[in-house]
Write a protein that binds this ligand. Structure first.
Ligand code: 3HC
Length: 329
């Protein structure tokens, strides 16, 4: 697999015979499916790539709370409010597990948050789109969490132990997120004409941004070859995108909704749907900070970080005092 990876991508991934003995022994552990733990030797590039991916994954969980948090006070029933509250709370926990996994690599949560706030780290492009109607809560659960599950399930087998264990925990909760979203979309799509129109509008606006969640097409992916050689990533972006389309189109058919892609067609020969790719110019503009909601998301994160400084300072003062007392005993 690894050697075949080199041939197929050749994106600067070292072949085994180009590695020094320590790198080679490390790569053979990865190829054997072993888990790498925080205290194990690892190439600096592996550590940096993990900090990048896990840090951005954690940021995505926290920023992802904002579009849904926007609807907690406007949920149409107490039951829907409770479901949305539980989901948004779960996402905070997902962020926590992932920041903890990143901290095992020697980077602090403070540092990662500062990098997010000053634009040196990304979060998932999808969260830069506004949630305009209640049906968007269904589309986010159904499509965004559906795409997140597609992308996160394979990561349970990632080579870095703390990341893999965080993923196992997170994936258990993501299925509830997707089911509640699909249930909401079903109620809307099978409801009044106005509700069905609202559900179709939500699908129209969230379809292509959900396809973008899997990253640029493989030919434009900067990290895939090395990340897959190190099992930081288990599949290519296009593989997971295709899997998502194949799984989601029949669900849209069941809902009686139309995927906004006139080229969408089942290809018997390939055994997959043929579909139109997202607008990659839009994708790269959004991840460069020019999406509909990028500015407000960072303002919200900066305000939360600054408003919470007194809590962090108080906890640290308490921890320092406790540590000094234990040291004095
Ligand atoms: N949004 C923002 N940036 C993206 C992106 C997206 N959807 N897709 C790719 N990028 C960035 C990459 O980070 C990279 O930039 P960088 O060098 O500054 O980090 C650049 O575009 C090139 O992309 P690559 O394909 O080379 O990057 P990766 O190999 O890292 O692939 C990825 C991107 C598939 C998102 C991969 O990082 C990954 O699998 N990450 C872990 C899962 C994750 O973060 N999912 C995000 C959603 S989590 C979520 O939705 C929460 C849920 O509860 C709702």
């Amino acid at each position: 697999m690894y050697a075949q990876m080199i041939k197929s991508t050749g994106q600067g991934v070292k072949a085994l015979d180009e590695m020094d003995p320590q790198e080679r022994a490390f790569q053979e552990r990865i190829d054997a499916g072993e888990k790498i733990e925080p205290k194990d030797w690892m190439p600096e590039g592996y550590r940096q790539n993990l900090i990048r991916q896990i840090g951005q994954h954690a940021h995505s969980e926290i920023v992802g709370q904002l579009p849904e948090g926007n609807w907690i006070t406007r949920a149409p029933t107490l039951e829907r409010k409770a479901i949305l509250l539980a989901k948004v709370q779960d996402e905070a926990g997902h962020g926590l597990y992932l920041y903890c996994a990143a901290e095992t690599l020697g980077v602090s949560r403070d540092d990662l948050t500062e990098q997010l706030i000053d634009g040196r780290m990304k979060y998932s492009s999808i969260f830069n789109y506004p949630t305009l109607t209640w049906a968007d809560m269904g589309a986010v659960g159904w499509l965004v969490d559906g795409a997140a599950i597609m992308n996160q399930v394979p990561l349970q087998r990632t080579s870095y132990g703390p990341y893999s264990r965080a993923m196992i925990r997170i994936c258990k909760e993501e299925s509830f997120h997707q089911r509640q979203g699909f249930d909401l979309m079903t109620k809307m799509a099978k409801g009044t004409e106005a509700q069905k129109r609202m559900a179709q509008d939500a699908l129209n606006r969230f379809w292509y941004p959900s396809l973008m969640m899997f990253g640029p097409s493989d030919k434009d992916s900067v990290h895939s070859a090395q990340s897959m050689a190190w099992k930081i990533k288990m599949n290519t972006n296009d593989e997971l995108r295709q899997k998502f389309v194949d799984q989601t189109v029949p669900q849209a058919d069941y809902l009686g909704l139309t995927v906004p892609d006139d080229t969408l067609k089942w290809n018997e020969e390939r055994g997959h749907y043929d579909f139109a790719e997202p607008d990659w110019d839009e994708f790269f503009a959004v991840i460069k900070g020019h999406g509909p909601c990028n500015a407000e998301r960072i303002v919200a994160r900066r305000k939360a970080w600054e408003d919470g400084a007194w809590v962090r300072d108080g906890l640290m003062a308490h921890a320092d005092k406790k540590a000094a007392k234990v040291a004095a005993e």
